[in-house]
Ligand binder design. Structure first.
Ligand code: SD4
Length: 322
């Protein structure tokens, strides 16, 4: 079906629906109606949103699109905060955190995963092939081997060099928007109007061995409800976890807030909880079932990608601190 023939997502809500009731979803599914697909993703990763967006245009599911989209950055060795080439912890271990959610609300996550570039794909296998939601460390690695993922070295020449340099001073100081903030979180709506999300990261550079951030924590780094919308986070995981920000945003959207209003409220909570909020970045992006998008963060400098109607753009986020 051609896009011009699509019934635009917004039109479906013109009659005042803020969430699609189960019965209405069933009618939509059984009819030939189709939604205009959308992908949004944290930071400026045009190749990732392009990949996901093109897949959606071809009719892929939101779940496949978010997985394939974030995999682009996991494989990008120039990105020092996701997948292969991600900065190690202070003991030299590269450990990845990732999670994924499907429109049914199922979730899979891995934490402290070594030796696998595509943490998001291992997380998807956890969701689909195990009775669990999250696997950690050695067990996650063992499970990845059992699922046929080959063992890989994640430390690259460049990340080793940067780590060797860091060891000279061993100074642990997250740099706002730069050194520690390039996690990719992605939300997609497919042609059925279903939402899926994924989040993947190597976490904070030179973190303590064993540290896990918000990115793989369902409700913190990612949350979605297919009746309402979804949210993903990036930035200082410790602050995001304390506020369970992504869950909060989805619940606020359920109560009628726009994605923008909900993201702002979640950032205000973080500011209230953390007197040192000027020293770190935290950012959220969100999307509701209408395809409306919002974003808010503490510091200037955060942006996100939006792919819609073959247009892949980078959008500067509104922020709290002037
Ligand atoms: C973490 N939230 O591990 C991640 C870091 C991040 O962009 O978002 N970097 O705390």
């Amino acid at each position: 079906m051609k896009r011009r023939n699509f019934i635009k997502n917004t039109a479906l809500y013109g009659i005042g629906l803020t969430a699609v009731p189960a019965g209405f979803s069933a009618i939509l599914k059984s009819s030939k109606m189709s939604f205009e697909p959308i992908c949004i993703a944290t930071w400026r990763f045009p190749n990732a949103s392009q990949r996901a967006g093109e897949l959606l245009e071809q009719g892929a599911s939101a779940l496949d699109a978010v997985e394939q989209g974030v995999m682009v950055e996991e494989a990008n060795v120039k990105n020092s905060t996701v997948g292969k080439g991600g900065a190690p912890d202070r003991d030299g271990n590269v450990t990845l955190d990732a999670c994924i959610m499907n429109p049914q609300g199922d979730a899979g996550a891995v934490v402290y995963l070594k030796n696998n570039t595509h943490a998001v794909s291992v997380a998807r296998k956890v969701m689909e092939e195990t009775p669990h939601v999250m696997l950690a460390g050695e067990g996650a690695d063992q499970f990845a081997r059992e699922q046929g993922f080959e063992k890989e070295e994640l430390l690259t020449e460049d990340s080793k060099k940067a780590y060797t340099e860091w060891l000279k001073k061993k100074e642990y100081k997250p740099i706002i928007n730069i050194e520690n903030h390039d996690t990719i979180g992605m939300l997609c709506i497919d042609q059925n109007g279903d939402i899926a999300g994924a989040c993947t990261t190597s976490g904070l550079s030179y973190k303590m061995n064993g540290r896990v951030g918000d990115s793989p924590i369902i409700g913190s780094g990612l949350f979605l409800d297919n009746e309402v919308g979804g949210a993903v986070a990036t930035g200082m995981g410790e602050a995001i976890m304390k506020s369970v920000g992504s869950f909060l945003i989805v619940e606020l959207m359920r109560q009628g807030k726009t994605p923008q209003q909900a993201c702002e409220e979640a950032i205000y909570r973080i500011i209230k909880q953390n007197p040192n909020y000027k020293d770190f970045q935290a950012a959220f992006i969100a999307m509701n079932k209408k395809g409306e998008v919002g974003s808010y963060c503490i510091q200037k400098g955060f942006s996100y990608m939006k792919f819609r109607d073959n247009n892949n753009e980078n959008i500067k986020s509104a922020y709290y601190l002037d």
